[in-house]
Write a protein that binds this ligand. Structure first.
Ligand SMILES: Nc1ncnc2c1ncn2[C@@H]1O[C@H](COP(=O)(O)OP(=O)(O)O)[C@@H](O)[C@H]1O
Ligand SMILES: [Mg+2]
Length: 259
């Protein structure tokens, strides 16, 4: 079982879109996937359930926030989705206060590790994929501390690479308490080949020695927005679309790297 989180402190870089679609694509390859939504924006949850359902889970306190607050085993919080290979732990807007809630806890960097312990031990899933908020605080540190790998989505735009250095510094700090988590790769998203900037982004990334960059890139594709509008992933919603095919290609690349 491999645990991968999606992290980048820049919002809008494609973390949630990539987490949900990689999940769907791995499921199509026959992998059993557990998705965990760690962001108060609930975008990952909303890719598998409509808003009404996600809000109902919030009211029933069936979400990641409650589990963290109570430091409970996450198993009871798992929801099945329509896709038989995908289960999910949903989020809630209450995650907006998670930093403060974690602050007073004993071993606050490892609260999530405690919640995931039994699931990891059982190893019923091939992959656990975790979506994170665009912050670099104690909660994201918790997420990194349970992960084997990080995928860092980066938007192919002038500001896409901005702040990446902060991300690497943060990962170095995390490695002091969780030495095994490493960068699986930078994933370039929202590529528009009509814009020259894409080439510059790729050149800049490839100029760093030892920086893993996925061969697969994700192009800008309106099918992604239509899928989100239908509370779905593009892999499930329109398999023939360019971005769906790219996420399936990414899934094969990720699976190859994780063997
Ligand atoms: N390849 C893409 N093509 C078109 N729109 C995209 C693509 N990837 C992401 N988006 C859109 O960009 C916005 C930000 O993406 P999102 O995955 O939510 O980023 P993050 O989770 O990093 O904040 C969303 O509205 C999403 O629909
Ligand atoms: Mg997001």
């Amino acid at each position: 079982m491999v645990t991968i989180c999606f992290a980048n402190n820049k919002g809008g870089s494609g973390k949630s879109t990539s987490c949900s679609n990689l999940g769907s694509a791995l499921a199509k390859l026959g992998k059993k996937v557990l998705l965990i939504d760690g962001d108060m924006q609930m975008n990952l949850s909303l890719s598998f359930f409509d808003e009404e359902k996600v809000l109902a889970f919030a009211q029933e306190e069936q979400n990641i926030y409650r589990a963290l607050l109570e430091e409970e085993d996450l198993t009871a919080y798992i929801k099945h989705t329509d896709d038989e290979n995908i289960d999910i732990v949903v989020s809630t807007t209450l995650m907006s206060s998670i930093e403060m809630d974690l602050f007073s806890k004993w071993q606050r960097e490892f609260v999530f590790r405690k919640c995931l312990k039994k699931i990891k031990k059982k190893a019923e899933y091939d992959y656990i994929l975790i979506d994170s908020p665009p912050t670099l605080g104690c909660w994201v540190m918790n997420i990194l501390c349970v992960s084997d790998y990080v995928i860092m989505p980066v938007e192919a735009s002038p500001w896409g690479l901005f702040g990446l250095a902060n991300m690497f510094d943060f990962l170095d700090k995390v490695n002091e308490i969780a030495p095994d988590v490493s960068l699986l790769g930078i994933l370039v998203t929202k590529v528009d080949e009509r814009k020259n900037y894409y080439k510059q982004t790729m050149e800049t990334l490839h100029s760093y020695e030892d920086l893993p960059v996925f061969d697969t890139v994700i192009h800008t594709d309106s099918a992604i927005e239509w899928a989100q509008d239908a509370s779905s992933t593009v892999v499930n919603f329109k398999r023939s679309s360019r971005s769906a095919k790219e996420y399936v290609k990414l899934a094969k690349e990720v699976d190859g790297k994780c063997q």
